[in-house]
Ligand binder design. Structure first.
Ligand code: HEC
Ligand code: HEC
Ligand code: HEC
Ligand code: HEC
Ligand code: HEC
Ligand code: HEC
Ligand code: HEC
Length: 407
């Protein structure tokens, strides 16, 4: 009971605050997706596809670009591990301060230039590169992180002796490593075409709608008609043609090329060639690069050519983190090859029986990547980053290595 008028006032005041606060929260929830009203945003999908959503959060796709934080930057900021030496007295020190993480270039301990880690590119399977904002442009930081060496390295393609902060980053990086960034213009500067962005309009990681296409209509339909179990207003991937299924992945897994249409607008069923220049370069199955040509390698393989249905999805479930599950992947091979003839490969029956746990190391051996091998400056022969070749074939040397390890 509130006899005292002041108490009533306080209570009404409190109610008002709670009311306004609630409104704010509600408003935050109904903030439209940055891509426009046709998009719902991934959090929405969790309401009805919780299992897929939860496991997808752990995938490399989800983490492939992120704001820079102590968790997302894989490199080490501890005193004896935070410096990359260039020549003589030139070095870059990775520094953590109250306002964030920085790369600071020094000559003879005099600070020359520094920039903040703003964006992390790469989930950190093989490596990470870091980007920073300068006004409306994005630049790459001089130092990257290289997982095989667990060390800071000079960024790929950067001059080995000098520290440069002026490598402008075009929209291409984001088109494969994020779900959206708003481009506001572009201008040629020297050799580069500089892209300008609205830095408040970026959706990190590859989200549900980056692969499935805009789904706001799908969401609102099923919210209003929960009894309807037939999926509405969303592409059914199972009914797409083989080439359309492959294109969904090849948009990002067939190397970098000129774009005709914004790749962010791609949706299942679209023809990739309307978005990207067709890749007519001769394929070298031995010289693969990290900007993954899985598509070209796979379609050159007999497993692809001698049937009409194998696609990326035959082996991969992109909602799940599947890395290093070689036995599970081998089960996919066995689903088509239940009795491969290995009589000439190995006479020991036990060793041969164990083949079924790992078809991969012999037929899709890991190969050094031509692109991501960043020169660690600590020694002359850096450990190369390895990429699984998707040219499925017979590799005598890989077989020899596999058998040597078993004996
Ligand atoms: C209000 C519930 C609801 C929400 C929210 C929802 N969906 Fe669905 N979705 C369904 C139902 C129901 C089906 C059909 C049954 C099933 O596959 O679970 C479905 C099926 C699908 C399918 C399979 C389509 C097919 O033909 O095989 C995809 C893909 C899909 N949803 C994507 C999404 C995405 C992406 C989001 C978030 C942007 C989302 N859904 C949000 C209810 C929802
Ligand atoms: C055509 C699409 C495409 C473009 C453009 C692209 N990438 Fe990638 N990037 C990929 C794919 C696909 C992978 C994974 C390849 C693999 O594992 O075989 C990858 C891998 C990486 C990795 C390693 C990630 C890890 O966790 O190991 C880094 C770092 C990276 N890219 C940075 C960049 C930067 C920086 C740019 C822009 C200068 C860029 N990429 C442009 C598609 C692209
Ligand atoms: C890298 C691309 C990619 C991303 C990201 C992705 N999906 Fe999928 N999704 C696919 C593919 C490909 C299929 C078809 C799989 C098949 O046919 O084997 C699929 C199938 C589905 C289906 C129907 C089949 C099933 O497994 O139930 C649903 C529902 C679905 N996705 C929801 C989602 C939701 C929700 C998210 C985000 C949490 C998401 N997807 C993220 C590529 C993706
Ligand atoms: C929007 C661009 C994009 C699309 C579309 C895309 N990927 Fe990727 N994918 C990437 C990038 C970038 C990476 C590197 C992730 C990282 O930073 O580690 C990657 C990584 C992967 C990996 C390695 C995951 C791991 O944990 O080692 C697999 C497997 C993969 N993609 C398969 C697929 C398949 C299959 C499809 C089609 C259903 C697909 N991707 C569609 C961009 C894409
Ligand atoms: C969709 C079915 C399918 C799947 C899945 C599949 N293959 Fe194949 N593969 C074939 C067909 C068809 C051929 C051509 C006929 C043959 O040699 O049996 C072939 C050929 C091969 C060959 C002979 C290649 C050559 O150059 O002579 C090898 C080795 C092979 N596959 C290994 C594998 C491995 C390892 C996997 C799993 C990573 C796998 N396949 C997955 C269908 C498949
Ligand atoms: C026949 C089975 C099979 C098919 C089909 C297949 N993959 Fe893979 N993929 C694998 C295996 C096995 C690995 C190795 C997984 C590991 O080591 O954890 C792999 C790894 C990858 C990786 C990570 C590469 C690395 O070395 O880090 C990417 C990216 C990828 N696949 C993309 C694709 C894309 C895109 C397609 C379709 C063009 C595709 N895959 C088709 C079996 C397959
Ligand atoms: C130790 C390495 C090794 C492992 C492990 C291995 N293979 Fe093979 N495989 C070979 C070699 C070498 C050949 C060529 C044999 C020949 O020419 O007689 C071969 C041949 C094949 C062929 C073509 C011959 C045929 O019978 O059609 C297929 C298909 C095949 N392997 C599939 C598989 C599958 C599936 C697995 C996993 C269950 C597997 N291999 C595991 C080394 C290996």
């Amino acid at each position: 009971m509130f006899h005292h008028p002041r108490k009533i006032l306080i209570v009404t005041g409190l109610c008002l605050m709670v009311f306004i606060f609630n409104k704010c929260i509600q408003q935050q929830k109904i903030l439209p997706d940055l891509r426009g009203a046709a998009y719902a945003g991934s959090e929405k999908c969790a309401n009805c596809h919780k299992a897929i959503y939860d496991s997808y959060l752990k995938t490399a796709h989800n983490h492939t670009s992120e704001p820079a934080t102590a968790q997302t930057i894989k490199g080490n900021f501890a005193k004896n591990n935070n410096t990359l030496f260039y020549r003589d007295a030139l070095k870059v020190v990775m520094e953590q301060t109250d306002s964030g993480f920085y790369q600071a270039a020094y000559v003879d301990d005099t600070l020359k230039q520094s920039a903040r880690f703003d964006i992390v590119m790469g989930s950190g399977r093989k490596g990470q590169s870091y980007l920073y904002w300068f006004n409306d442009n994005v630049f790459q930081l001089p130092v990257s992180y290289y997982v095989p060496e667990k060390s800071w390295v000079n960024s790929p393609g950067f001059p080995p002796q000098n520290v440069v902060f002026n490598r402008g980053i075009p929209i291409g990086c984001f088109e494969c490593h994020s779900s959206y960034i708003k481009k506001t213009g572009s201008k040629p500067m020297g050799d580069y075409l500089f892209d300008f962005f609205d830095k408040s309009k970026i959706i990190y990681g590859i989200d549900c709608e980056r692969c499935h296409g805009a789904a706001a209509q799908h969401v609102s339909f099923h919210e209003h008609d929960p009894a309807q179990k037939k999926p509405m207003f969303i592409a059914n991937i199972a009914t797409l043609k083989r080439q359309q299924k492959l294109d969904m992945c090849a948009m990002c897994h067939s190397g970098t090329r000129e774009t005709f249409l914004p790749p962010f607008n791609y949706k299942p069923g679209d023809n990739m060639r309307e978005y990207l220049q067709d890749d007519t370069a001769a394929l070298s199955t031995s010289n693969i690069d990290v900007h993954g040509k899985q598509y070209q390698l796979l379609i050159a393989s007999k497993c692809y050519l001698d049937n009409n249905y194998l696609t990326c999805n035959t082996c991969h479930n992109t909602h799940v983190e599947e890395r290093n599950g070689l036995r599970d992947f081998s089960a996919k091979c066995i689903s088509c090859h239940n009795h491969p003839n290995h009589d000439n490969v190995e006479t020991n029956v036990e060793i041969r029986a164990a083949f079924s746990n790992n078809c991969i190391d012999c037929h899709m051996p890991a190969r050094p990547s031509a692109v991501i091998t960043m020169k660690a400056q600590t020694h002359l022969n850096p450990i190369p980053a390895l990429v699984r070749t998707h040219f499925i074939s017979i590799y005598p040397n890989a077989t020899k290595q596999y058998l040597e390890k078993k004996k």
